[in-house]
Design a protein around this ligand. Structure first.
Ligand code: SF4
Length: 331
């Protein structure tokens, strides 16, 4: 049997190339070697956006379109929506009985996000309990690993601690999930900072050829290249970081040498990058457009995936209730 993994995405709108190169591309490859559960965690969106949930439904659809476009395959993976499997909420509640509040308060992102999103009132239980719900999302499928970036490792460590406490109290019900580290690749936004929706510097997976050109052409480059005749340093240029993600080794060598010798201009360099990006993203964009014309099919995929996920979650919850002595089925 293939090892099971689970990963999830908050539905906050269309995903960008940082999400694609940092996660989805890896997930698509993992489908060959793992039993993959991928979930759109709409309840997690409510932890920060509870005051205005109006965009969540559309955003769930946008995430599903991105996933199908990049090759997540409902025939090989279980693609589902968290709230369509209400057992996640039951397990969250039961875990909340055994997890001390200070364990949640010391999660680094708890205070950080409260400060970053200071315009929102995040003094809610839902926000504090976010990592607990995340643990329920993972362990309810007895996932052995979670593909994550470095920044998510503390959350997985907390999940392991919670599992250990639960198992010590009630018997071995859950395996401890491991972090399956995704190799970090720097994907800069158009302003050179990390690509992020909140910085307004993102190139989205759904962007077509015209939009990609309009975003890449004015991209920031090595500031030392004021004139075409000034040599540059590709190692500090965000355009070159994108070359490393999208271009062939030959093109990367051409760009690096041409930059250092000032034999090419930044617009030449960007034009070649755009060609490589379109080559890679063109088929993805076409698949996305095709699915977007059939939203009912996409919802059907999510509903069917959620039905499959729920069957697994229900089996686990039978075990959990029995272990906690709150199972009232006839013997
Ligand atoms: S030539 Fe390319 S790598 Fe060099 S500064 Fe211009 S865009 Fe960046």
């Amino acid at each position: 049997m293939k090892p099971r993994i689970l990963s999830g995405v908050r539905p906050t709108g269309p995903a960008h190339l940082g999400n694609y190169m940092g996660a989805f591309d890896n997930w698509a490859r993992l489908q060959d070697s793992h039993d993959c559960f991928f979930t759109i965690v709409d309840w997690h969106s409510l932890t920060t956006d509870y005051a205005d949930p109006s965009a969540i439904r559309q955003n769930v659809l946008e995430v599903a379109l991105d996933w199908l476009a990049v090759g997540l395959d409902p025939a090989r993976s279980t693609l589902f929506v968290q709230s369509l499997v209400p057992e996640h909420a039951e397990l969250h509640l039961l875990l909340s009985m055994v997890v001390p509040v200070p364990w949640l308060e010391r999660v680094p992102t708890y205070k950080e996000q409260q400060q970053q999103l200071s315009e929102k009132d995040l003094s809610t239980y839902g926000f504090l309990g976010y990592p607990l719900l995340q643990t329920a999302d993972i362990v309810i499928y007895k996932a052995s690993a979670v593909p994550v970036g470095e920044d998510q490792v503390p959350h997985i460590e907390l999940s392991r601690e919670i599992v250990r406490r639960f198992n010590a109290l009630y018997g071995e019900v859950f395996p401890e999930p491991q972090a399956l580290l995704t190799q970090a690749r720097r994907i800069p936004g158009t302003d050179g900072r990390k690509m992020s929706k909140s910085y307004g510097n993102a190139i989205d997976i759904k962007d077509g050829a015209d939009t990609i050109q309009a975003k890449v052409r004015p991209m920031i480059t090595d500031p030392a290249r004021k004139r075409r005749s000034d040599p540059g340093n590709p190692d500090i240029c965000p355009v070159f970081d994108l070359h490393k993600a999208f271009s062939t080794k030959e093109t990367q060598a051409w760009a690096a040498a041409g930059c250092r010798s000032a034999s090419i201009g930044c617009l030449d360099c960007k034009a070649r990058l755009i060609d490589h990006m379109l080559e890679r993203l063109g088929p993805i964009h076409a698949r996305r457009t095709e699915y977007a014309s059939r939203p009912d099919t996409v919802w059907d995929i999510l509903i069917e995936g959620s039905r499959k996920a729920r069957a697994v979650a229900q089996t686990t919850m039978d075990e959990v209730r029995a272990a906690m002595k709150i199972s009232y089925r006839k013997p």
